[in-house]
Design a binder for this molecule. Structure first.
Ligand code: 13P
Ligand code: 13P
Ligand code: MG
Ligand code: MG
Ligand code: MG
Ligand code: MG
Length: 373
């Protein structure tokens, strides 16, 4: 068995929240190399989307392994140190705790991990997003694993025909449920259509009994109790041989669907699939970006990455994202561009409510003070 872990954090933005400084990336890559030579990792690759660093690692320690999580924590401490030296924006932004204890649960960094028996050929896609939240993976996972209009294999591949089981987390109540699709599909959509609260954590093949996908499901704003940015999620999808083909796993992103995030984590905006060189959301801190890094895993080694959205076939989605961005921006501070009050990341509403409390009167009483008098 090997484990593929993606562990990510924003440890400082260059410039503002748009990108990771090259020196931080170099530091992360140095740490990965050190961990490979010490034998902790079989292989590793450091990459970024927007201002978030992702450590993509293979190892034999399993999911939520203390050794692997503490390695990531130490690496993010080191990049935070550099970020402070360079005065980068929000240095250490996603490191919410002062000391590491056991694993990264609730400490700020996000992670998606899959432990599996490597197949003779093991194609995997690592999706990294910036300026959005974990629920952003709900729509593409539904399409990949439950929508025959997206995934031809659900109809024509015998090993996919029985469907997939989806594990869904309720981020508000800290509980989970497994939906057996296609039988439970309509029930599941009732929940995952509300991605701020219900988030797909993993997907399993019913025929093969293997886990096919994993997402990061931490939500910083809930963990921290105050705004610290959207969680900028990551996701692993294994492909082919009874799982969605690589092209079926990429296809949902040919539509620039709307996600929550963008400026101040408080707006709906289209998700733009981009090559890694374009993963720097600057206009209104958006539009939110997603990159897909493709690997073949062999004896735990990461053969790759291939920059999967570096394909003109996604130009249409990129154009669509710009158009939708223009359209939504013209709403300014109005919904549906701005998130509904309960999902707003900023807490201004609390202080405004307090300040205006005495000026609210029941509509049934006389007008308080006519405007202008
Ligand atoms: P190739 O014939 O190029 O291997 O394609 C097979 C396939 O299933 C593509 O989805
Ligand atoms: P990040 O979570 O990517 O740092 O974004 C924060 C933000 O407020 C962007 O406007
Ligand atoms: Mg940031
Ligand atoms: Mg970010
Ligand atoms: Mg963030
Ligand atoms: Mg072939």
């Amino acid at each position: 068995m090997i484990t593929l872990s993606i562990i990510k954090a924003d440890t400082g933005g260059f410039v503002g929240h748009t990108a990771v400084h090259p020196r931080l990336m170099a530091e992360a890559r140095r740490e990965i190399e050190r961990a490979k030579s010490s034998g902790l990792l079989i292989d590793g690759h450091a990459d970024s989307c927007g201002d978030d660093i992702s450590l993509i690692m293979t190892h034999t320690y399993g999911q939520e392994a203390g050794l692997i999580h503490s390695f990531a924590w130490d690496t993010f401490q080191a990049t935070t140190h550099l970020a402070k030296e360079l005065g980068l924006y929000g240095a250490g932004q996603d490191l919410l705790s002062d000391a590491f204890s056991g694993n990264l649960r609730g400490m700020g960094p996000g992670y998606a991990e899959l432990e599996f028996e490597e197949r003779p050929s093991e194609p995997v896609l690592c999706f990294l997003a910036d300026k959005t939240e974990p629920g952003a993976w709900n729509l593409p996972l539904y399409k990949m694993f439950a929508d025959p209009s997206n995934t031809a294999g659900l109809v024509i591949d015998e090993k996919m025909h029985a469907g997939f089981a989806f594990e869904v987390y309720d981020l508000y109540e800290e509980r989970r449920i497994v939906f057996d699709c296609p039988a439970d599909l309509y029930d599941m959509l009732m929940y995952i259509g509300a991605p701020a609260r219900y988030v797909i954590h993993g997907v399993r093949s019913k025929t093969l009994g293997m886990t096919a996908a994993a997402t990061s499901t931490q939500r910083l704003s809930l963990i921290a109790g105050k705004y610290v940015g959207k969680d900028d999620p990551v996701m692993i999808v294994r492909c082919q041989s009874g799982l969605p083909a690589v092209g079926e796993a990429l296809e949902p992103f040919a539509f620039a669907y709307s996600v929550a995030g963008c400026m101040r984590g408080s707006h709906h905006a289209p998700l733009m699939p981009v090559a890694t060189g374009q993963a720097h959301p600057s206009r209104f801190d958006g539009p939110p970006r997603v990159v897909a890094l493709g690997f073949q895993i062999k004896d735990g080694r990461l053969i790759g990455p291939r920059d999967m959205f570096d394909d003109p076939a996604f130009d249409g989605a990129r154009r669509q994202a710009v158009e939708v961005m223009d359209y939504l921006r013209r709403h300014g501070p109005f919904e549906p561009h701005r998130l509904p009050l309960e999902d707003l990341e900023y807490t201004t509403m609390t202080s405004i409510t307090k300040r205006l409390a005495h000026r609210w009167t029941p509509i049934t009483t006389e007008v308080a003070t006519p405007v202008g008098s």
